[in-house]
Write a protein that binds this ligand. Structure first.
Ligand code: CA
Ligand code: CA
Ligand code: CA
Ligand code: CA
Length: 391
């Protein structure tokens, strides 16, 4: 099935652009990865790294014939400890005083959660179950202080995981008050309501169902949660992201497309389709989604189009007009990112390596070992906005 899909993609490659052709040649020459067994609706795509390598043919146009722009990562993280499909979704923590000391928090859906510095070095690994889909909000009030709250979902027991980032050590510390059990959890993301200031947690599921939980201080400096809303999207849903200013939540329905809902817990479930698989710019599975905040409600929405190893960019505002498609290609010893699950982006100064911000992508096929995360300087992808919103 994969071979057929790959062949179909090769047929779409129109070599009419020298740079793209060169990039394609570089990828073909330097990069090998493992074959994919196509997923069924009920199963997660079985992925592996490092065995039975085959050549990846890069896509240079998307499904609608739009150009795919190559960009390059400058840093990759240490590989995760687990083999096979393990790394999944990153979140970016911003150090309050020295942006160069910011970290990347990455999930290992087989074993736990890791923290990496901006050189890619792992500075913490917590063996904590099948953690997936990290998200972060700073300014969460807990025990009389404002913390950066990191959440994820534990697929081993369908619970919400929550950590604070200790700004002194940069490491994660468990802050959950108790085991909060959700639906059969697959993906997660957070939302801070601009109306109420309350912080929410969305849990998505392979059944197509979504739950929204409110997160709060239990009175003893620990995080508790209560369910405030539930609705059904359709088929498998995992990736999601909420817009804390405009009040939307975007949810990826893996085999169908990207949906936009009102993120308020008392809102109805009317929705808009931002883009789709059949006849749109996306190739299944539709996976991680993230928001690059710009000034005055502007910025960009980015989604992982896993099936053709690309990322599709839309305007954040209005009807999310299509902007462009890019891929992360290999260069200077850092391989590209393929079969990407989770992504995150931060707009703002992260020190000398990432002065305008960073885009982080899970890499399903790391050339030297287990899966990891790739870091791309943001100015290689987006026209960098002059300012960003807090989050
Ligand atoms: Ca998925
Ligand atoms: Ca994911
Ligand atoms: Ca790779
Ligand atoms: Ca590598």
């Amino acid at each position: 099935m994969f071979a057929l899909r790959n062949l179909l993609w090769e047929k779409r490659i129109g070599i009419n652009n020298t740079m793209v052709a060169l990039s394609l040649a570089a990828i073909s020459a330097s990069f090998v990865y493992s074959p994919i067994t196509h997923s069924t609706a009920a199963q997660e795509r079985p992925k592996s790294s490092g065995s039975t390598p085959v050549t990846l043919e890069a896509t240079v146009t998307g499904p609608l014939g739009k150009k795919v722009e190559p960009v390059y990562a400058t840093v990759e993280t240490q590989p995760v400890v687990s083999t096979g499909d393990a790394a999944d979704d990153p979140a970016i923590w911003i150090h309050p005083e020295d942006p160069a000391l910011s970290t990347i928090i990455g999930t290992n859906k087989q074993a736990g959660i890791s923290v990496y510095d901006l050189s890619g070095k792992e500075i913490q690994f917590i063996k904590a179950g099948q953690i997936n889909n990290a998200d972060i909000r700073r300014g969460f009030k807990l025990g009389g202080e404002e913390i950066a709250l990191v959440t994820g979902g534990n697929r081993a027991n369908n619970t919400i995981v929550g950590y604070k980032v200790n700004p002194r050590t940069r490491l994660l510390e468990d802050v959950m008050a108790r085991k909060v059990t959700t639906l059969q959890i697959y993906g997660t993301c957070m939302y801070r309501s601009p109306k109420t200031g309350k912080t929410h947690y969305f849990a998505t599921s392979k059944t197509g169902n979504v739950e929204q939980w409110e997160l709060f201080d239990n009175g003893s400096g620990k995080v508790d949660a209560k369910k405030v809303r539930a609705f059904k999207v359709g088929g498998i849903v995992e990736g999601c992201v909420a817009d804390d200013e405009l009040g939307h939540v975007y949810i990826s329905e893996e085999l169908v497309g990207l949906w936009k809902y009102n993120a308020e817990p008392d809102a109805d479930t009317s929705r808009k389709q931002v883009d789709k698989v059949a006849g749109g710019n996306l190739v299944a599975d539709v996976e991680g989604v993230t928001i690059a905040y710009g000034p005055n409600g502007t910025g960009y929405l980015i989604v992982s189009s896993q099936g053709n190893h690309t990322y599709v960019v839309y305007k954040r505002e209005g009807d999310n007009e299509y902007v462009k498609t890019f891929r992360v290609s290999p260069r200077d010893g850092v391989d590209g990112s393929e079969e990407t699950d989770g992504i995150d982006v931060f707009v703002g100064n992260l020190g000398p390596q990432f002065p305008h911000g960073v885009f982080v992508a899970h890499d399903g096929y790391n050339d030297k070992g287990n899966q990891n995360f790739k870091l791309v300087p943001l100015e290689r992808i987006l026209p960098v906005p002059a300012a960003r919103a807090d989050r």
